[in-house]
Design a binder for this molecule. Structure first.
Ligand code: PGA
Length: 259
């Protein structure tokens, strides 16, 4: 796992969309649209089923793969789960603690923390998702929620291991709603995340941490987040299912680096 923190990171989370065949066709089309940029790292997170075939298809300088989840035990009697050790070598990243995992599948910080550790143990870089619900936001609890989720997810991660972590700020109310957060909200959240990381891991770790924004990122608003202080990339859901939109978003990241 090498440090690539100076690059913008664009992650497409396909969620439970596209079968293996469709995923393969999609990646083929995407590979024609997205140029290899040294300054932008592009990651796609298809269904578990498609990871293996897609991994044989892609040029890793062009795309990398992420799993959308993983299980924290390495093997054993855990029917239906996929472990970090099974994903080892196949994916570079794993999305961990996504709000759908937290809120639909009732994952708690304890599970998320074990998953973060399992990923690191298996050479997979965790993308730890944090963010508040609309209710928590209305109650003025955004900073506290993020704080608790960071503490919960990162407990036992050493300073050395921390260099492999990416944090995605994804306000729950902005995910899949078209109701995206203002760049200024993302800036404030990134600032408070960095402040907390500085407190936990020191200034260097805080400065080199990559923070992504996610929540209704589209081709027409991506640039505004990429230009936001403290935001180093994007976690894209719906818009990553369109070859055109996702390539526009990647191109925006490239343009930003070259301005
Ligand atoms: P969205 O999803 O872009 O469709 O809002 C983002 C995410 O869930 O990561």
């Amino acid at each position: 796992m090498s440090a690539t923190n100076d690059k913008k990171l664009i992650v497409g989370n396909w969620k439970m969309n596209m079968n293996v065949h469709e995923s393969s066709i999609f990646v083929h089309k995407l590979s024609k649209e997205i140029a290899v940029h040294r300054d932008v790292e592009v990651v796609v997170a298809p269904t578990f089923l498609a990871l293996q075939p897609v991994s044989l298809q892609i040029e890793r300088r062009q795309f990398k793969l992420a799993s959308q989840n993983l299980y924290w035990r390495d093997h054993g009697a855990y029917t239906g789960e996929v472990s970090a050790s099974q994903l080892r070598g196949l994916v570079d990243y794993a999305i961990i603690g996504h709000s759908e995992r937290r809120h639909v599948f009732h994952e708690h910080d304890k599970d998320i923390r074990s998953k973060v550790q399992a990923a690191i143990r298996n050479g997979i870089k965790p993308i730890l998702c944090v963010g508040e619900t609309a209710h928590q936001r209305a109650a003025g609890e955004t900073t506290d929620v993020i704080h608790d989720q960071l503490i919960g997810g990162l407990a036992n991660v050493t300073s050395e291991e921390f260099s492999h972590i990416t944090v995605a700020y994804e306000p729950v109310w902005a995910i899949g709603t078209g109701n995206n957060a203002l760049p200024d909200d993302a800036k404030k959240a990134a600032r408070s995340i960095r402040r907390q990381i500085e407190h936990l891991y020191g200034r260097k770790s805080a400065e080199s941490l990559r923070i992504l924004y996610g929540g209704s990122v589209k081709s027409d608003n991506a640039a505004s987040y990429l230009a936001t202080e403290g935001i180093d990339g994007l976690l894209v859901g719906g818009a990553s299912l369109s070859v055109h939109d996702f390539s526009v978003i990647v191109a925006a990241a490239h343009d930003m680096e070259n301005d």
